[in-house]
Design a protein around this ligand. Structure first.
Ligand SMILES: [Zn+2]
Ligand SMILES: [Zn+2]
Length: 450
């Protein structure tokens, strides 16, 4: 753990102030965050070293719940209901009522990924778990949800300490199972907005390896893509590898489909509107001299709005069916195309709310520490918080997590810097944690200012 003295030396020079906060209060917020920083860093390292996979967040959620109780929040744990009846939802909802005013939700995710960590950090995860079927996998906070939780707890502490400076209600959400996109739905379906005060605004942040630690970035409008998983079973007629004339070879048909699918993005979609169609898996056959009966493709599709999504899914079906028909496959053996139910829509940052949050961030951190953000084609179930009645405005901003020098070097040389979902992803917790706490605390307090 770093000594408080070192933390003070590492302070960024940017002024820390909230929109309506006088100078003495800014210094006060700085001091409070610096006082908490060593404990928050210790919490971060503990969470990083002890990751839990999606739907398994038992210890993580217990830690979050007990910390929030200690800070004086009214906490409900084990909140949520998955479609699978045997699965426990480890959702945490923490309430702080503080007079009249709007209700602001702040959401963190809590789950980690099945990745063997290779950062070499002293607090690296060595956790391994057995998955269904008995295979052992490593577990790693490779998406930075440990950083999100730490900032979330720091923000919870600041809001509790500074109750005299805001009025309204804060609802803090610890969401399980973001990576498998079941957690937000489990909490919303269990009546999150009905059993707790209705939200006027919902905020979140996500770490970014494209933004240096100590800075944030934001973007109004579409921020993250909608995601679909599509399975295609190409059905032919198998037979002897030496007698192709007696078969309809599904490997050749599926190969043509893979190539033709590339024309959806390059030839059919508006180049101004980002679209992704990736074939991530292609499995067929068992042996050199057997033409199999079928071939299986697995696709991920990323789109930014419902119309675009429909168009891409329709094109996938049209191309797959057309190529199979062109190869002479009869209609009754046409490809089976299945779109998985776990669709997540695009995350659209409400423009008015995001502009307000952006102004808070600039005043809190200084303009030089707030960059223009960019949308990316990854997906999040944070999007679902905007779609359940009363359909509140939502906004997520990017929290810088990259080593500034390494990022600059990578940008200059055009080389790769490990980012989220990489076994080498290593956020720089200081100053990312303090920056995140300042940013989120000020964003919330500005929405709830007296
Ligand atoms: Zn992730
Ligand atoms: Zn994530």
């Amino acid at each position: 753990m770093l000594s408080p003295f070192i933390w003070r030396c590492l302070l960024p020079t940017a002024a820390i102030l909230c929109l309506s906060t006088p100078l003495t209060a800014q210094n006060d917020l700085d001091q409070r965050i610096n006082q908490e920083a060593p404990a928050l860093l210790a919490t971060y390292k503990h969470l990083h070293e002890n990751p839990e996979l999606s739907t398994q967040e038992k210890e993580t959620s217990a830690l979050i719940a007990s910390e929030l109780r200690r800070l004086g929040y009214e906490v409900t744990d084990h909140f949520g209901q998955y479609a699978e009846p045997n699965l426990v939802a480890y959702g945490v909802v923490a309430l702080l009522k503080n007079g009249p005013g709007p209700t602001v939700y702040v959401r963190t995710d809590m789950d980690a990924l099945p990745i063997i960590e290779s950062t070499g950090l002293p607090y690296a995860s060595h956790v391994k778990v057995k998955r269904e079927g008995g295979a052992e996998v490593g577990v790693m906070h490779a998406c930075g949800h440990d950083l999100h939780m730490t900032v979330f707890l720091g923000t919870a502490s600041m809001l509790a300490q500074l109750k005299d400076r805001w009025s309204g209600t804060v609802v803090l959400i610890g969401q399980p199972a973001e990576e498998t996109v079941g957690g937000a739905e489990a909490m919303l379906d269990a009546g999150l907005y009905a059993k707790f005060p209705k939200p006027d605004y919902v905020l979140a942040l996500h770490d970014s390896s494209a933004v240096p630690a100590g800075k944030v970035s934001w973007h109004a409008g579409p921020l993250l893509a909608g995601a679909d998983s599509v399975d295609i079973t190409v059905r032919g007629y198998g037979g002897h590898g030496a007698a192709p004339q007696a078969t309809k070879d599904p490997i050749v048909i599926a190969s043509e489909i893979v190539v033709a699918l590339q024309t959806i993005v390059s030839r059919e979609m508006d180049p101004q509107l980002p679209t992704v169609v990736t074939v991530g898996s292609f499995h067929a056959g068992t042996k050199h001299n057997i033409i199999p009966d079928d071939a299986h493709l697995q696709l991920t599709v990323r789109t930014m709005n419902p119309q675009q999504r429909e168009k891409v899914l329709a094109a996938i079906a049209r191309i797959s069916n057309g190529i199979a028909a062109a190869a002479g496959v009869p209609a009754e053996r046409a490809p089976l195309i299945e779109v998985a139910k776990d669709h997540v829509p695009a995350t659209i940052n409400d423009v008015a709310l995001t502009n307000r949050v952006g102004a808070s961030l600039e005043l809190a951190l200084g303009k030089e520490n707030v960059l223009p953000g960019e949308p990316i084609m990854a997906s999040e179930d944070f999007s679902l918080f905007a779609l359940k009645d009363p359909k509140p405005p939502i906004s997520m901003f990017w929290l810088g997590a990259a080593d500034p020098l390494k990022l600059k070097d990578a940008q200059e040389k055009g080389t790769r810097l490990p980012g989220p979902h990489s076994s080498e992803f290593a956020p720089v917790p200081d100053p990312a944690i303090r920056t995140g706490v300042k940013a989120m605390t000020c964003a919330v307090m500005d929405l709830l200012k007296k």
